[in-house]
Design a protein around this ligand. Structure first.
Ligand code: FES
Length: 106
């Protein structure tokens, strides 16, 4: 399990995530506001946009070509720390990661 913190302007939620479950799927399963995951985690909708703020950055998986393309289509402007949360499967190395949910997804 890895503990991941999701931040918004009004909430701070910590979820214990099973290895292999994406940060998007965990957020949706836990009814976290602001992450929609409309394409089911296929890097085709950009409604799971987050900003990685703290934690083990070096343990993050690299950005694939598909993620790279979708990050240019996000509703909230892309930042250097932008990621699609569906493309980040939880691993024990990611314990302590903190992500901020993009203020706009659609
Ligand atoms: Fe669609 Fe992440 S859920 S891009």
């Amino acid at each position: 399990m890895s503990k991941v913190t999701y931040l918004t302007e009004v909430a701070h939620t910590v979820i214990d995530i099973e290895p292999g479950t994406s940060l998007m799927a965990a957020a949706v399963a836990n009814a976290i506001d602001g992450i929609f995951g409309e394409c089911g985690g296929n890097a085709m909708c950009a409604t799971c946009h987050v900003f990685v703020e703290e934690g083990p950055f070096t343990a993050l998986p690299p950005i694939s070509d598909a993620e790279e393309e979708m990050l240019d289509c996000t509703a909230a402007p892309r930042r250097p720390n932008s990621r699609l949360s569906c493309q980040i499967p939880a691993t024990s190395e990611l314990d302590g990661l903190v992500v901020r949910i993009a203020e706009e997804q659609l």
